[in-house]
Design a binder for this molecule. Sequence first.
Ligand code: FES
Length: 158
Amino acid sequence: MILSEKTVKKIREKASKYPKRKAAILPSLTLAYKQLGYVDNEIYIEISEVINVPQLEIAEAASFYTMFPKKPRGKYLLQVCNNISCALLGADAMVDRLEEKLAIKRGETTDDGLFTLISVECLGSCCTAPMIQINDDFHENLTRKKLDKLLEGLKNGK
Ligand code: FES
């Protein structure tokens, strides 16, 4: 079993609070992700056994959301919004800059495990486009200079 006893216990507790087992899928995936930093097929099977929901339904739910990656991500998750406001104000150029500076493409993680770069849909900060979410923090009104400074700060542990 890959999930820890502690995580399994938490999943069981969550599942017991819902009248329908399916309602426990997302909380279970969230708990598994918190433990491991990813959720893949083996984890779907384990969750399926714990909450008694078919594995396929867990896989379907997990594949719908970007917050449940199948592989571990870098220490810093760089999520560049690519929706309309951000796109019109230069989101693609920001992604290009990050790809160039980090020597990775969208969806990839740097060899040192520090950065994972992904594009995401609207993060709800359209009036301050273009923007990026780095882990839990928003960075808005991005410019190339601001992005370079952010990246340097992260590389230096700031
Ligand atoms: S379009 Fe980028 S935050 Fe809404």
